[in-house]
Design a protein around this ligand. Structure first.
Ligand SMILES: Nc1nc2c(ncn2[C@@H]2O[C@H](COP(=O)(O)OP(=O)(O)OP(=O)(O)O)[C@@H](O)[C@H]2O)c(=O)[nH]1
Ligand SMILES: [Zn+2]
Length: 200
């Protein structure tokens, strides 16, 4: 059996495609439906394939995403902010989606990264089972580690389907999390500037 190891998980055994389909059939029966009926015949295979896309973040690392950097920035030293990066993730408690936007800021030391790579970094951590706090922190730590920034900040605003569709059933409530490293941690004015830049 293959082993997978991610930045956040212990090694675990990868099931076969057939085993995943059987697990989906069990869930269909648990939901109260008949996994053998015509309309659900191909559903287990579709769900298995959908999971490969929804949880693709387990098969990539931040180092892969941020490996290309640029050094010719003509002395640019100020903050870089990429705001309103939309994402879909899944909470690790209920495996239900949470979705929203991430705002990512960093102060480069010598090198910058392509802007799309910031969005790819958000995508990498979103496409895993998450809690919002950890996802926020993981993005900032990875950016810091791979780019050797002078400081990084991440703000995430998201709505959790486990709160909207079930349980307490409060749709529309949004959770805001933020994390600051390096200069962002030491300088409240920089934090305030970041918050005001992303304010709607
Ligand atoms: N801190 C944090 N909590 C989350 C996140 N996603 C889901 N949760 C919460 O995880 C908690 C799980 O609570 P439990 O009491 O173990 O589970 P539960 O009985 O299903 O809770 P209810 O949702 O209140 O019905 C709930 O309060 C969820 O709102 C997240 O990203 N961060
Ligand atoms: Zn949840």
């Amino acid at each position: 059996m293959d082993q997978i190891v991610t930045e956040t998980s212990q090694a675990s055994v990868v099931p076969t495609f057939e085993e995943v389909q059987n697990a989906v059939r069990v869930l269909l029966a648990w939901a109260g439906d008949n996994p053998g009926r015509e309309g659900l015949k191909d559903t287990p295979a579709r769900v298995a394939k959908a999971y490969q896309q929804l949880f693709a973040g387990y098969h990539e690392t931040a180092d892969d995403v941020l490996k290309t950097t640029f050094g010719e920035v003509a002395g640019y030293q100020d903050v870089v902010i990429v705001r309103d990066i939309p994402f879909f993730s899944h909470c690790e408690h209920h495996m239900l989606p949470f979705h929203g936007v991430a705002h990512v800021a960093y102060v480069p030391s010598e090198r910058v990264v392509g802007l799309s790579k910031i969005a790819r970094l958000v995508e990498l951590f979103a496409r895993r089972l998450q809690i919002q706090e950890r996802m926020t922190s993981e993005i900032a730590v990875a950016l810091d580690r791979c780019l050797q920034t002078k400081g990084a900040g991440v703000i995430i605003e998201a709505e959790h389907m486990c709160m909207s569709m079930r349980g307490v059933s409060k749709s529309g409530s949004r959770t805001l999390t933020s994390t600051f490293n390096g200069m962002f941690q030491k300088d409240p004015a920089l934090q305030a500037r970041f918050f005001s830049c992303v304010k709607r």
